[in-house]
Design a protein. Structure first.
Length: 357
């Protein structure tokens, strides 16, 4: 069994792929994005996986890789093409190299043409392939900069990708129309650049008339990606919130567990978002908690001090997660949700006011 997730960056329309082997817990990330390193680390933690390595399909021009930042967070190795020119790789890959994660592995296939250093990755049983920008869904990466070559890309796609079994699923590096996956047989038939009876002359003519502007982030992204995403200078990873022991979730919010919250005492303001009957009901409430029912939001949010950290609480953590999200959108900078709510707080034996014995 394979754990597989397809993740998305809306700014650059980049896909990031997570592959995990459940028995060992080993995982790989293909083409991570800098701004989503915290999201990716949260998903790995929630799935019980350890990030072994990040893999780049090429030196990207439209976003900065999250490889270096994930290495700082997770201790993962950074893998990329030996031909791509990036400095700071822990392993420089060539055609045919094998990348192991637990009992599974990927095989790197050189697919130059979009750039010199393009690699595609094929799963051990050839059921899945990750094509980067070499082959997109009914399209392909451009060939007009970064060592692009229509002839080389034509050869790469036909020899290394469309030669895979017909039912192999192909996952691209980007899609700008919301499409997620294709297959070898589909692209052989329907890709207007490679499919049907097209030939190299047709393809070269097509590519020479695309007329695309250069990516907006190219001048920042390419130099950064040649450093595997490490910012310039002597830098440290972005700081985590310093007011408590918090955990970022894949749902996109900070959480705090019961023990960490009790340690903070009066340093934080606790906002209970249940109804008044629940606040005084069998579960009781945390000493010092302020009752602002979620039904009264956002009209009463201004009652909460913006200068002090806020922890939202409810029965199970669901309604308070919504409250924490609303506070974040309203500009509150120090907000966390109590994981598991009052149910987990009481189950762990922490003190309450009121409630049943």
């Amino acid at each position: 069994m394979l754990i597989f997730r397809q993740l998305f960056d809306t700014v650059s329309s980049t896909y990031t792929y997570l592959l995990g082997e459940p028995r060992s817990g080993a995982a790989l990330l293909i083409d991570p994005v800098f701004e989503h390193a915290r999201r990716d680390a949260a998903l790995l933690r929630e799935l019980g996986l350890t990030l072994v390595a990040t893999l780049e399909t090429h030196v990207h021009a439209d976003h900065v890789t999250g490889a270096w930042l994930l290495q700082q967070r997770c201790g993962s190795r950074i893998l990329g093409s030996a031909a791509g020119g990036a400095q700071g790789l822990d392993r420089a890959l060539a055609h045919g190299d094998r990348i192991d994660f637990g009992s599974r592995h990927l095989v790197a296939r050189a697919t130059p043409g979009h750039t010199d250093g393009c690699l595609s990755y094929v799963l051990d049983d050839e059921s899945l392939a990750f094509t980067g920008d070499a082959l997109l869904i009914r399209g392909c990466g451009r060939t007009d900069f970064q060592q692009g070559s229509p002839a080389r890309l034509w050869a790469s796609v036909h020899e290394q990708l469309l030669s895979l079994p017909a039912q192999t699923l192909l996952y691209p590096g980007h899609d700008y129309r919301g499409l997620t996956v294709t297959s070898v047989v589909e692209e052989r038939r329907y890709n207007p650049r490679f499919g049907g009876d097209s030939n190299l002359a047709d393809f070269a003519g097509y590519m020479s008339h695309l007329g695309l502007p250069h990516p907006k982030l190219m001048e920042r992204a390419v130099p950064a990606n040649l450093r595997v995403g490490r910012p310039e200078g002597d830098v440290a990873p972005p700081e985590e919130p310093g007011w408590g022991r918090l955990t970022w979730t894949f749902a996109g919010l900070w959480e705090i567990d019961a023990e960490a919250l009790e340690e903070l005492g009066e340093a934080v303001q606790i906002v209970d978002v249940r109804g008044a009957d629940e606040f005084e009901g069998p579960l009781g409430h945390i000493a010092g908690a302020r009752l602002i029912p979620l039904d009264d939001w956002p009209a009463r949010m201004d009652e909460i001090d913006r200068a002090r950290p806020v922890v939202t609480v409810c029965r199970s953590g669901a309604r308070s997660a919504q409250a924490a999200t609303l506070l974040g959108k309203a500009g509150y900078a120090q907000v966390a949700n109590l994981a598991g709510g009052m149910l987990r707080w009481r189950a762990a034996g922490h003190p309450v006011q009121g409630g049943a014995a």
